[in-house]
Design a protein around this ligand. Structure first.
Ligand code: 4NP
Length: 158
């Protein structure tokens, strides 16, 4: 079983979208022995469903985020998961400083796996912006999810 955790700040916009998109793509490719989750580095939105704007954008692409609920990254996640994927530099830095050294190799920035949005440094936080931001965020997430899925398939000979 491969365990993957997507992480952003609030766990209501970017990381639940990444979770939903990646789950959809992994299932399309027939990858079944995989566990996918998401979390936030901050505690503001614990227990909340994804932001309505993220749900709306994802639903346009056939992805339902409505049952997801926000949680905060737990120390045990560094042991539990095989890949821990940060949406931006701040999320990555916060986890790098908290993560025990022997698990630090599990930490990645999602945009490293982009193929079309090359040079995009981070998955931008759409929370305070308009609906254009949610579309752009979704498009970067979709690109990174495809690249990351190919990475996993290569690493695990799937
Ligand atoms: P996310 O977006 O990290 O992609 O879930 C945010 C959600 C909430 C806040 C900031 C970013 N906030 O400040 O409440």
């Amino acid at each position: 079983m491969i365990k993957i955790l997507f992480v952003c700040l609030g766990n209501i916009c970017r990381s639940p979208t990444a979770e939903g998109v990646f789950r959809h793509k992994a299932s399309e490719e027939g990858l079944t022995d995989i566990m996918i989750d998401s979390a936030g580095t901050a505690a503001y939105h614990i227990g909340n469903p994804p932001d309505k704007r993220s749900q709306h954008t994802a639903s346009k692409y056939g992805i339902d985020l409505s049952t997801l609920r926000a949680r905060q990254v737990a120390y045990s996640d560094y042991t539990e998961f095989d890949y821990i994927i940060a949406m931006d530099n701040e999320n990555l830095r916060n986890m790098q400083s908290e993560c025990p050294g022997e698990h630090r190799h599990k930490l990645f920035k999602f945009t490293e796996f982009c193929d079309r949005h090359v040079g995009e440094p981070v998955v931008p936080d759409p929370y305070y912006g308009g609906s254009d931001g949610f579309e752009k965020t979704f498009s970067i997430i979709e690109d990174a999810a495809e690249g990351f899925l190919n990475h996993i398939k290569r690493e695990h000979n799937l």
